[in-house]
Design a protein around this ligand. Structure first.
Ligand SMILES: NC(=O)c1ccc[n+]([C@@H]2O[C@H](COP(=O)([O-])OP(=O)(O)OC[C@H]3O[C@@H](n4cnc5c(N)ncnc54)[C@H](OP(=O)(O)O)[C@@H]3O)[C@@H](O)[C@H]2O)c1
Length: 292
C-alpha cells in the first residue's frame, strides 16, 4: 500500500511521516508531496520519494498523486477563498490519479453554525470530499497545544494568560498525538466513511490552563479574561496582522460557545494509546523545547 503525505514538510505532516516510519512502514511505501523539495531532504535521504505538489498549480497534483492508495490531505493556511480553490485542485488531481482513499485533516469547529471564521471552508472541504466518489476519512483535529508551549516563556514573564473566553473549555491536543492518530487512520483498514474527533483526554477551562502553564514553567500565571478588543490590541502589539487576529478572536468565540470542548476516545482507537493531558504535555514540552 502506498501512502502519500501532502503537506509532509509541515509541522504536522512531518510528524506523521515519522510515526509511519517508526510503525514499520517501509520508505518505498511512502511519498511526500510538497512545493518545497529542499524542506523534505531528510525524508529523501531515507529513501522516501519526494514529489512536487503546489496547491496553487493544479497541473502538479495528479502527477504527484499517481500510484497513491491513501492520501493524507493537510490543508494549507491560505485565506478561506484560496483554500476552497486549493481543495478543488486537490480533489480533481486525486480523482484523475485514481487515489483510493483521502484522509482529511479538518478541525473541531467544522459546523455550519460555528462562530469560527474558517468554518465555511471546513464544512465545504468535508462535504466536497464526501461526495467526491473516492473513499474518505475525516479527522476533526482539536485545538493545538503546541503554540502554548512556545508562548510559555512570555506568559511566565507577564504572569497572565489573556484570552477573550468567559466559560468555554478546550480539549487541547498536541501535534504529536494528532500525528499518531492520523498515522493509524492512514495505515489501518476499516476507517473509510468515518469521522473522528481527535481531542485530548479532558476539556480544560482557561483558569485550569493557566494553572497548568504555571506548574510547567514554575512562574505564577493566572487567567485574565480580556475583552475581544483588548485581545485584538494585544495581537496587534505582537505584530499579528488584523486579518489573522480576527480569525483567532473568532476561534475563541467558538470556544466560548462550547465548540472545542467535546472529548472523544478516537485518538486511542486509532493509535492504541490515549492523548497526553495538558499538564503532562506542557511539562514535557517546556522542559525539553526540542520535543515539540
Ligand atoms: N488544530 C489547530 O489548533 C490548528 C491551528 C493552526 C492550524 N491548523 C491547521 O493545521 C494545518 C497546518 O498544519 P501544520 O501545523 O503542519 O502547519 P505548517 O507547519 O505551517 O505546515 C503547512 C504545510 O502546508 C504546506 N503548504 C502551504 N501552502 C502550500 C501550497 N500552496 N502548496 C503546497 N503546500 C503548501 C507547507 O509547505 P511549505 O513547506 O512549502 O511551506 C507546509 O508543508 C492547516 O490545515 C491548518 O488549518 C490547526
Amino acid at each position: 500500500m502506498k501512502i502519500n503525505i501532502l503537506g509532509g514538510t509541515g509541522q504536522l505532516g512531518s510528524r506523521i511521516v515519522e510515526v509511519l516510519l517508526q510503525a514499520g512502514t517501509r520508505p518505498e511505501h511512502l511519498t511526500v508531496s510538497c512545493r518545497n523539495a529542499p524542506r523534505a531532504r531528510r525524508f529523501a535521504d531515507l529513501g522516501i520519494e519526494v514529489r512536487h505538489a503546489d496547491l496553487d498549480l493544479p497541473e502538479t497534483l495528479a502527477p504527484a498523486f499517481a500510484g497513491t492508495d491513501v492520501l493524507m490531505l493537510i490543508p494549507s493556511m491560505a485565506d478561506v477563498e484560496d483554500r476552497i480553490v486549493q481543495h478543488e485542485h486537490i480533489l480533481t488531481g486525486a480523482a484523475s490519479a485514481s487515489v483510493g482513499r483521502i484522509v482529511l485533516s479538518s478541525f473541531s469547529a467544522a459546523r455550519t453554525d460555528s462562530r469560527f471564521l474558517i468554518a465555511p471552508y471546513l464544512v465545504y472541504a468535508e462535504s466536497k470530499l464526501r461526495v467526491s466518489g473516492m473513499d474518505w476519512t475525516i479527522l476533526r483535529n482539536g485545538m493545538y497545544l503546541d503554540p502554548l508551549a512556545d508562548w510559555a516563556p512570555a506568559l511566565a514573564r507577564q504572569g497572565r494568560l489573556p484570552y477573550p473566553v468567559r466559560q468555554g473549555r478546550v480539549a487541547y491536543i498536541s501535534r504529536d498525538d494528532l500525528a499518531r492518530a492520523s498515522a493509524g487512520a492512514l495505515m489501518q483498514d476499516g476507517h473509510s466513511g468515518q469521522v473522528y474527533e481527535l481531542t485530548g483526554p479532558e476539556a480544560v477551562s482557561m483558569p485550569q490552563l493557566a494553572a497548568a502553564l504555571a506548574a510547567a514553567t514554575g512562574a505564577p500565571i493566572v487567567f485574565d479574561c480580556v475583552s475581544e478588543a483588548e485581545f485584538m490590541a494585544n495581537c496587534r502589539e505582537d505584530g499579528i496582522p488584523d486579518r489573522d487576529s480576527a480569525i483567532l478572536a473568532s476561534m475563541y468565540r467558538a470556544v466560548d460557545h462550547g465548540e472545542c470542548e467535546q472529548v472523544s476516545e478516537h485518538v486511542e482507537l486509532l493509535s492504541g494509546a490515549p492523548a497526553e493531558t495538558v499538564d503532562k504535555y506542557l511539562r514535557r514540552a517546556i522542559e525539553s523545547p526540542d520535543v515539540h
